[in-house]
Every structure is written in structure tokens, then in C-alpha cells.
Design a protein. Structure first.
Length: 169
């Protein structure tokens, strides 16, 4: 069994089911399974199904960008890391997300032991301003991110304006 092929098949099944029949995902989890969704923990299939069923959108479409897989533990499990974007209903701009699954074997198949999900809001790649006498020396981010960054707190203002165009080392 090729772990990458198993991971790819699992990811295709999971997100196709999520997008078309979310309640059916409960069959992928067992009693000890845990979902961490944006920092909140849900233990067991009933709690996980409750959380997934309570999401504030009826329609969703996932677009998967990457799938990475590693063997995990002596039982033949695997870690699967997924990144991509999702659209909820008529939303114009997709939201970026990351999700990690730990799959464990059970009866010739796999179940989800652990599942961690986070939206990726974009933001700032912090740089060391101490190297340039306190001068701001770089910015990377995405134009659709509206979060207040740590850099903005540090500088006390939005990181554009007088320092726009100044480059450090």
C-alpha cells in the first residue's frame, strides 16, 4: 500500500463528502477521535458531527492545493497535512485553510484519530527592525488580509507610508 495514494484517496473522499453530505463524515471517526477546530476541541463522533453540523454555512467547496503524508507510529498510521482554499456559498473570495489528520488502520481501512483545522488569515512576515536602527525593513502579506498584525502593534501604525520603499539589508 502506497501511503501517498492512500492519503490522496482519503483527502478526495473527505472533502467531496464534506462539500456534498457533511453528516456522512461521522463514519470516519471513532470513540477516541478528536477534532480541534479553530482551537476548540471535540471528542468522539457525536461531538465532532455536532460541530461540523453547526458550521454557519450550508454550501461549501474545497479546492486542495497540497497534500503531504508521513508514516506515523508502529501501528501503520499516517499523518496527512492538507492546505487549500474554501468557498462558502456565494462568497467571492476563498478562505485559505490548513488541516492535519492522523489516520489509524482499522479493519483493512483507516479512521481519523486526530483532526486539526485552522483558517489561514494571511498577515505579516515579521522582520527584525533592530538591525536597521528601528527602521522597518520588509513586508510580505496578502492584500485580502484585514487582520491587525503584531507588527502594527509594534510600530503603532499600519506598516506603510513614510517607510514604504525602504529596504534593509
Amino acid at each position: 500500500m502506497d501511503p501517498d495514494a492512500v492519503a490522496k484517496a482519503f483527502v478526495e473522499h473527505y472533502y467531496r463528502t464534506f462539500d456534498s453530505n457533511r453528516p456522512a463524515l461521522v463514519s470516519l471517526y471513532q470513540d477516541g477521535s478528536m477534532l480541534t477546530f479553530e482551537g476548540q476541541k471535540f471528542l468522539g463522533p457525536a461531538a465532532i458531527a455536532g460541530k461540523l453540523g453547526s458550521l454557519p454555512f450550508a454550501q461549501c467547496q474545497h479546492d486542495i492545493a497540497t497534500v503531504d503524508c508521513q508514516p506515523s507510529g508502529p501501528q501503520g498510521g499516517m499523518l496527512v497535512f492538507v492546505s487549500g482554499s474554501l468557498r462558502t456559498g456565494p462568497e467571492e473570495h476563498p478562505l485559505k485553510f490548513s488541516q492535519m489528520f492522523q489516520l489509524l488502520p482499522a479493519g483493512g481501512s483507516f479512521y481519523v484519530q486526530n483532526d486539526m483545522f485552522r483558517l489561514n488569515y494571511g498577515g505579516v512576515s515579521l522582520t527584525n527592525t533592530d538591525l536597521n536602527d528601528g527602521a522597518y525593513d520588509g513586508y510580505t502579506g496578502d492584500i485580502w488580509s484585514f487582520d491587525l498584525s503584531i507588527l502594527e502593534f509594534y510600530m503603532g501604525r499600519f506598516p506603510f507610508g513614510e517607510n514604504l520603499g525602504k529596504q534593509g539589508d
